[in-house]
Ligand binder design. Structure first.
Ligand code: IVH
Length: 681
């Protein structure tokens, strides 16, 4: 195989696996194997830049942030949909359709889930994605091609593509899991949370940095093919269109159903109003569409909506309950936020007893008073929020307007709260504040940090209150006997105090012991450095390999790490400049906590399995032995002579005859940079 053929083959395989993973949700290979294919392609393209094409799967994220988005006119207006809210209105829609078509016969409809995202128009020319435009005002939208290209569910090149230009329309959305991860990271970084996945998706599409967009994990479903009317191979039904889109490797939401007559549509809407929370994306209703494209043309559109489709909106996931009181929560970073303690109420699959109130301005603006009946709403899987008080139900004496004021002092340690002029969040700045220490310990012990199972709320409260633990290092001095004697419930309400007991205590100590080997990635995350989330910690740990070199790194060196920007770099530097923090790290090291990054464990990923390498010439950054060890660690083999079976020849300075042989046999070559990309894990 020539290099060009090899590149072609890799691209085809990567596209295939992208479709299996992102479109069909049915992968055939592991993530590590997929990453290995991408790395091989990247390495080859790096060594042969003339062979890079814009539709290559490696080219999803372009070079630099864009300056802004230009406005583009839609070839055909992007209409919106009229809404119905109940069965009666849905049946009225069906009546209108039959009247419009002049038929008493049941209509064939397609019912689809309504994706709660933002609409997008994708242009493909000769099968290659050339443009992505938002809906905008329907007539003109913003050209967000650079962001659309980063969405892995959207193919850069279609299969079975029709010749010429086609436009495909659909919805870009943020899957629940990505949304939760995003908000978790924002919480860790002290950034404001997104209220729901739709806002997060819309905000992301407006981001000017495609690399940041790529990290958010957006996805897409398509449901429309426009401007192909003259094409004789165009399907005559919507079901046919969906099938065609699917065959072109485009992502079509798979729960759509053909419904003969409105009764079947009503059933579909009922089923999904119940089942909507089982999906991994947000849906706010069902879109009901006339299946026959001829009938659609006959029905036409008003200036705003097509007459052949309607959106059935699910009822909002809201409930009414009593606001018992407003409590203050002190977070790990000292942020003090008000939370609503509610009379527990069942809503959309779970019992809710807490809701966020954001900040004091928000409480004043909505005039929420303790004792009020309040409307609460669940948007996605976020913490529920208080929408508004039901003032007509307000009991007499339910506080005065704006009766809630932030106290001047921390509810936990009593130190004065501070708030910079331009911010809304009040903070407790005492790093030894028991509430902050508790939250920090919970973070340190968390599943994604040191993973100390069994160190939960009640226990942390006790060990902090009894001053058994003041910081992370103290955890490693806890003894089984002292823990066993702890009373977890104080015997209130006439209950007997419950002791932790020897067995549980021993297990916990064992877990704490085990966490010593968690590795630098988890430790750096667990320290809770501001702006350093799980991924940032991993990047830092892997780049510096040991705590000593991480602590010694200057801002410039920190910033050179991929994914680490100036804010993170400065925050890390500031953290380690603090003598208290340096002492803490020393004490952790003294307690035997591992300060090195974890190696890929034996039996770990073997992305180079089945590949044979030949090395020629001198590499500047490693010896030949080191190069060989790296290849072998990742499952590859090193051979001394080039043959047709050689996968890659790695070419250093002053290469020998092996390079000529590689060229003669058309074996792909990698320069040092390309090789290094391949072996970085
Ligand atoms: S069809 C002529 N199908 O909902 C309009 N729209 O509220 C054709 N949406 O603007 C739209 N899921 O952004 C259609 N399965 C689906 C949809 C869907 C979500 C969005 C779309 C539209 C909005 C209307």
């Amino acid at each position: 195989m020539t290099v060009a053929e090899r590149i072609d083959d890799l691209r085809r395989r990567i596209r295939h696996h992208e479709e299996r993973y992102y479109v069909l949700d049915d992968p055939e290979i592991s993530d590590a194997e997929f990453d290995a294919l991408v790395k091989q392609l990247e390495a080859l393209e790096h060594a042969h830049p003339d062979l890079v094409t814009s539709d290559s799967p490696t080219q999803r994220v372009g070079g630099r942030p864009v300056e802004g988005f230009s406005t583009v006119e839609h070839a055909q207006a992007m209409l919106s949909l009229d809404n119905v809210y109940d069965e009666t209105e849905l049946r009225a829609f069906d009546e209108r359709v039959r009247k419009g078509l002049g038929t008493p016969e049941p209509i064939t409809y397609i019912a689809e889930l309504k994706i709660d995202g933002l609409s997008i128009a994708l242009t493909y020319e000769h099968g290659v994605l050339t443009r992505g435009v938002t809906r905008g005002d329907g007539a003109r939208g913003e050209d967000v091609t650079s962001n659309v290209r980063t969405i892995r569910a959207i193919p850069l090149r279609l299969k079975e593509a029709p010749a010429g230009r086609i436009e495909v329309r659909g919805e870009v959305y943020l899957p629940r899991a990505s949304f939760e991860r995003l908000n978790r990271e924002r919480e860790e970084n002290d950034e404001p949370l997104f209220a729901n996945p739709r806002n997060a998706a819309a905000g992301t599409m407006r981001n000017l940095d495609p690399a940041a967009v790529a990290r958010r994990g957006l996805s897409c479903f398509v449901y429309q093919l426009v401007g192909l009317d003259a094409d004789p191979t165009l399907p005559t039904s919507h079901a046919g269109v969906l099938d065609r889109l699917r065959r072109m490797s485009l992502p079509v939401e798979r729960h759509w159903r053909t419904c003969e007559g409105v009764d079947a549509v009503v059933d579909f809407c009922r089923e999904w109003a119940e089942a909507r929370n089982s999906l991994d994306f947000e849906t706010d209703g069902v879109v009901v569409k006339v299946d026959d494209l001829g009938q659609r043309t006959a029905l036409g559109a008003t200036s705003k909506f097509p007459r052949w489709a309607i959106a059935f909106k699910f009822p909002a996931q809201q409930a009414t309950t009593r606001l018992l009181r407003i409590e203050l929560q002190v977070g790990r970073t000292g942020a003090v936020t008000p939370v609503a303690v509610l009379d527990p109420v069942f809503l959309a699959g779970s019992t809710i007893s807490l809701a966020t109130l954001h900040n004091e301005q928000e409480i004043a603006r909505k005039d929420i008073r303790p004792g009020d009946m309040v409307l609460i709403e669940k948007g996605g899987d976020v913490i529920p929020k208080v929408v508004k008080p039901i003032t007509s139900l307000r009991p007499q004496g339910a506080g005065e307007p704006a009766s809630f004021v932030m106290p001047a002092k921390c509810p936990s340690c009593g130190s004065r709260l501070r708030k910079p002029e331009e911010e809304v969040v009040w903070r407790c700045e005492n790093t030894s504040c028991p509430a902050r220490v508790r939250r920090s310990l919970l973070h340190f012990a968390g599943r994604r940090a040191m993973d100390i199972e069994g160190l939960g709320d009640a226990l942390v409260e006790q060990i902090v209150a009894r001053e058994m633990v003041r910081d992370f290092a103290d955890l490693y001095r806890l003894e089984t006997d002292a823990l066993a004697a702890l009373e977890l419930e104080s015997g209130k309400d006439g209950q007997k105090p419950r002791r932790l007991g020897a067995k549980v205590a021993a297990k916990l100590v064992e877990q704490i012991e085990r966490s010593r080997q968690a590795g630098l990635e988890r430790l750096v995350f667990g320290l809770g450095i501001r702006h350093v989330g799980e991924r940032g910690a991993q990047a830092l740990a892997r780049a510096f390999e040991s705590m000593a070199s991480l602590m010694a790194a200057d801002v410039e060196a920190l910033q050179a790490v991929p994914d680490v920007g100036p804010v993170v770099a400065q925050s890390v530097r500031r953290f380690f400049d603090e003598p208290r923090n340096r002492r803490l790290v020393e004490r952790l090291a003294g307690a035997g906590v591992a300060m090195e990054a974890t190696q890929p464990a034996a039996g770990g990923p073997q992305p180079l399995a089945g590949r044979t390498f030949v090395l020629t010439g001198t590499l500047s950054s490693m010896t030949r032995e080191e190069a060989q060890a790296a290849i072998e660690r990742l499952g590859g083999k090193v051979s001394s002579s080039v043959s047709r079976k050689t996968s890659y020849v790695v070419v250093g300075a002053e290469p020998g005859s092996k390079l000529e042989k590689a060229r003669a046999l058309q074996v792909p070559t990698l320069d040092e940079d390309a090789f290094k990309r391949l072996i970085i894990t």
